[in-house]
Write a protein that binds this ligand. Structure first.
Ligand SMILES: *Cc1c(COP(=O)(O)O)cnc(C)c1O
Length: 428
């Protein structure tokens, strides 16, 4: 393609798949578990990681690789991989460099599933986490670092707390201590924020949300910026910088350079844990990605209007949307997400948890679903659903008070969306 760096809207449509003469215009679904070779030697080299090539879809598949390449280009990274879900993406991203006896730091304002993964499941595996407030001071963040701390984690725009991560500050602290910053960029998408430009080293996604955007496919993605120098802090990352016995002693940083992190996550974690995305889902995600820029513009624009409507309604106690001037994170949002944040808004009604439930039940086309970020407007009360397993204290710590209503503003006509909210508010 052209030498000039393409704009995001072009990458959304064209990225990741360049058919040669006579090949399908649309990225095909390589619905094949396996791939054919002429000699046993040729295939043997693949197993030693001496040659790159496809041999089994659990490790790599051309449809998946094309979609990963598109997302990698959108984020401005050097290598990427798809996973079966966003949960798998965050697990792999952390587990690729943390093992039993290691520690990491995470913002406490993160997705409920990620919170459980970190606080409970990883703990059972001997990996310890310290949660810090999303608006922690630089001093406090530095204090949380221990000799065995291997990474810092946060979400660009927290789901559902909508806290905006001060990516530059978190990256500065991480790098001063020889560790990477991993940012889950699901809610912002690379259309509204590109964390690598602010110093993040690894980006993860639940592609289930805006990337697919149509609520058809659960999926995840990990992208590496290629910027983190693993060898500089080699003693912290032996999995990347010392021989891997399961591949005849390959040293990932030596053999794969900037591709080390993703190669290890693919060759080792995907091989052993197997959380691969199905090529069918990757195909559907790719169709979604083609309109990502258009949809993000519409989601963001609609959400801004809905947030302003809610803020001016006297039954509404509070509105949390970083695009509102009254918001704690307005300044950070202006810095990191100048074109808008996302379509998700959280708010509380004056009548508390009970009134919130009545309101939700009175909505008509804004449906109750455990989802966000698809074309259809939808609503949920996290404290009674996604965050149900958390105590009141944990809920407040995660920025999700019990009365919180999360609304995901879709791309319908905004007058109809506001109309539905207005009629439901009249009934409570
Ligand atoms: C949904 C979500 C996840 C988990 O992704 P799944 O695809 O549901 O496994 C992780 N992080 C964020 C920010 C999310 O919104």
């Amino acid at each position: 393609m052209s030498e000039k760096k393409q704009k995001l809207g072009t990458i959304c449509v064209q990225g990741g798949w360049e058919p040669r003469q006579g090949e399908p215009r649309v990225l095909p679904i390589y619905q094949s578990t396996t791939f054919k070779y002429d000699t046993i030697e040729a295939m043997g080299d693949l197993f030693d990681l001496k040659e790159a090539g496809y041999f089994y879809t659990r490790l790599q598949n051309p449809t998946n690789d094309s979609v990963a390449a598109k997302i990698t280009a959108l984020e401005g990274g050097v290598a990427g991989m798809l996973t079966s879900s966003g949960q798998a993406a965050n697990f792999f991203a952390v587990f690729n460099i943390c093992g039993a006896g290691d520690h990491f730091i995470s913002s406490s304002a993160i997705y409920g599933g990620t919170y459980n993964l970190f606080a409970i499941t990883l703990k059972r595996m001997g990996i310890d986490v310290t949660f810090v407030e999303p608006d922690v001071s630089e001093e406090e963040l530095i204090k949380a670092i221990q000799p065995n701390t291997k990474l810092i984690f946060g979400e660009t725009l927290a789901n559902p707390a909508l806290a905006v991560l001060d990516i530059e500050m978190f990256a500065r602290v991480a790098h001063a201590h020889g560790i990477p910053l991993i940012v889950d960029n699901t809610f912002a998408t690379p259309i509204n924020c590109r964390p690598f430009e602010w110093g993040a080293d690894i980006v993860t996604h639940s592609t289930t949300k805006y990337m697919d955007g149509h609520a058809t496919s659960v999926g995840g993605c990990i992208v590496d910026s290629g910027n983190f120098d693993w060898e500089k802090s080699a003693e912290k990352f032996p999995g990347l910088t010392t021989p891997d016995a399961s591949y005849h002693g390959v040293v990932y940083t030596e053999t794969f350079g900037k591709g080390a992190f993703i190669t290890k996550a693919t060759a080792q974690l995907m091989r052993d844990l197997g959380a691969i995305q199905s090529p069918q889902n990757a195909f559907l995600t790719n169709i979604g990605l083609e309109t990502l820029e258009l949809r993000m513009q519409k989601h963001t624009e609609n959400a801004q209007k809905v947030a302003e409507f809610l803020e001016n309604n006297d039954k509404v106690a509070w509105v949390n949307f970083p695009g509102l001037k009254s918001n704690t994170y307005y300044a950070l949002a202006q810095k990191y997400l100048p074109n808008g944040t996302c379509g998700v808004i959280s708010f509380g009604l004056k009548g508390g948890k009970e009134m919130s439930q009545k309101f939700i039940n009175a909505l008509k086309f804004i449906a109750i679903v455990t989802h966000v970020a698809d074309t259809r407007s939808c609503v949920l009360q996290p404290s009674t659903t996604t965050h149900r397993q958390m105590t009141d204290e944990q809920l407040h710590e995660a920025g999700v008070p019990p009365e919180l209503i999360r609304i995901s503003v879709g791309i319908e006509d905004v007058e109809d969306i506001i109309g539905d909210i207005e009629q439901a508010l009249k009934k409570v």
